[in-house]
Design a protein around this ligand. Structure first.
Ligand SMILES: Cc1cc2nc3c(=O)[nH]c(=O)nc-3n(C[C@H](O)[C@H](O)[C@H](O)COP(=O)(O)OP(=O)(O)OC[C@H]3O[C@@H](n4cnc5c(N)ncnc54)[C@H](O)[C@@H]3O)c2cc1C
Length: 450
């Protein structure tokens, strides 16, 4: 006779919670996922714009070939074909007066492809390109040990490696802001070194850019839910967990806003740190070895501005804008495979937006239009017919110096309570890949206990 397998309750239906649910359901574990909102997807979701009918993401998300856990998760739920994966790494950068310069990598083994890619960036001097070798050598010499970089910022590290202001502004800063969502003066060098190692020091395909051809919710939310439900699990929406109780080293009760109380067998918390903080009594939290750092976390915002132009503004799929408060422009029609569709829907991104987040919606639209006019002559000849601004004030963890030491691992001192989410100690920045990896780690740990 087989014994009944214990039910696992997962709190939170973002990438982390859904990845955990998928892996557990696949292993025959009874899974019940509780999501506070009326839709799942967390900080990576999409919805229909009422004016144009187009799909809008809560913020454009860019993935990379090195997102191995994410790509595996998406393949498993049958969504891999909805991704646009570059054949070879390529990023176009735009400069106001100098035009375009492309980062393209030749067929060389990593990390030579990175250095060759830099060498091809026409807007960086030869001296700077040769100097960039020092970053590659420093990464190699770390041999995975980034402890010495934990207490310095990205800026301090790049300065110590003799990187000029120009190459920092024109290349390294763009990479740091895009991957860490934090300015190089704040972001910690150990996390940046980890990103560079992951993206550029292994396989060339790891450096390719990966973008969803469809809205984020269409990419993974429905498919993950269907996968879990087909295996007998459930995804419950409008299920807001307001309080967790702990006794005898266990999570003993979960209180929901609708008055329900659950006595859980096993729990995976896959909510952001600020949501978990609210569910746990402050005295218990502060005295807990695994949850005691929750009060020390902080977040960095991302602003997204969607503009629709009647006439074509750009033929590029996406581009980084150098020396601009808007860092990236994504050509949504082209990414979706409809390059000639009009109006042209462009999604603009402003990361680490601590200052811009204070601007009004109208000011943000004005700023965006001004920057589009500056970089794209065709934008200056027309006005957008529609604009939509999204502000994610707690988009990601702020990867400042010292943050890595605060991030808790998956297991806690409570026997039936595990942590997942992009903010936990995955060794990765707070990204989709970190979130998926954390969910998969939590599932593995729960399985080992089941
Ligand atoms: C605008 C923006 C742009 C980004 N760009 C990128 C990018 O380009 N590349 C990249 O890799 N990453 C990017 N990220 C980061 C990425 O979206 C996150 O790292 C990832 O989605 C986090 O997933 P998660 O499951 O850990 O948390 P979340 O997505 O926050 O999921 C947590 C879930 O828990 C639910 N919840 C909260 N409280 C409760 C409660 N009390 N009861 C029940 N449920 C609850 C929430 O509603 C949510 O659905 C971006 C994020 C934003 C906001």
């Amino acid at each position: 006779m087989t014994s009944r397998r214990r039910e696992v309750i997962i709190i939170g239906g973002g990438f982390a919670g859904l990845a955990a649910a998928v892996d557990l359901a696949e292993q025959g574990i009874p899974v019940r996922l509780l999501e506070r909102r009326s839709f799942a997807g967390g900080r990576a979701y999409s919805f229909r714009d009422k004016f144009t009918g187009d799909s809008i993401d809560n913020g454009q998300h860019l993935m990379m070939g090195c997102y191995h856990n994410t790509l595996h998760f998406l393949d498993k739920i049958g969504s891999g074909h909805l991704l646009r994966i570059q054949d070879s790494p390529r990023v176009d950068f735009l400069y106001e007066r100098e035009g375009r310069s492309s980062f393209t990598c030749p067929s060389l083994p990593a990390p030579l492809h990175l250095l060759a890619g830099l060498a091809r960036l026409g807007t960086i001097s030869w001296r700077d390109r040769i100097n960039a070798l020092r970053v590659g050598i420093a990464l190699r010499n770390l041999n995975g040990n980034r402890d010495d970089l934990a207490n310095i910022t990205v800026r301090q590290w790049l300065d110590s490696l003799g990187q000029s202001d120009r190459i920092q502004r024109r290349f390294w800063d763009v990479v740091a802001l895009a991957t860490l969502n934090e300015r190089p003066e704040i972001a910690s060098a150990d996390m940046f070194a980890r990103v560079l190692d992951q993206a550029f020091m292994h396989r060339k395909t790891d450096s390719t850019m990966v973008i969803s051809k469809v809205g984020l919710s269409e990419l993974y939310v429905d498919a993950a839910r269907a996968f879990v439900e087909s295996l007998g699990g459930s995804v419950q929406l409008n299920a807001d967990v307001t309080r967790l109780e702990f006794s005898s080293n266990r999570c003993s009760a979960m209180h929901l806003r609708n008055g329900d109380v659950i006595e859980p067998e096993m729990v995976i918390s896959a909510v952001p740190y600020f949501a978990l903080r609210r569910m746990i009594d402050p005295r218990l939290r502060r005295s807990s070895p695994s949850l005691g750092t929750l009060d020390q976390f902080s977040s960095a915002p991302i602003i997204s501005i969607n503009l629709w132009y009647r006439q074509t503004v750009t033929d590029l799929e996406f581009a980084g804008l150098i020396d601009s408060r808007i860092e990236w422009v994504f050509n949504k029609n082209m990414i979706a495979g409809s390059p000639v569709k009009r109006p042209q829907h462009l999604a603009l991104v402003c990361s680490g937006a601590h200052d811009a987040v204070r601007l009004t919606k109208d000011d943000l639209i004005r700023l965006a239009i001004g920057e589009m006019n500056r970089f794209f002559p065709a934008a200056g000849k027309q006005s957008p017919i529609h604009a939509y601004v999204l502000r994610e004030t707690e988009a990601t963890l702020s990867h400042g110096v010292g943050m890595a030491q605060l991030r808790p691992g998956c297991g806690t001192e409570f026997r039936n309570f595990y942590l997942a989410g992009d903010w936990t100690a995955t060794g990765l920045p707070a990204t989709i890949e970190g979130a998926v990896m954390s969910g998969q780690l939590a599932a593995r740990q729960v399985l080992a206990e089941s």
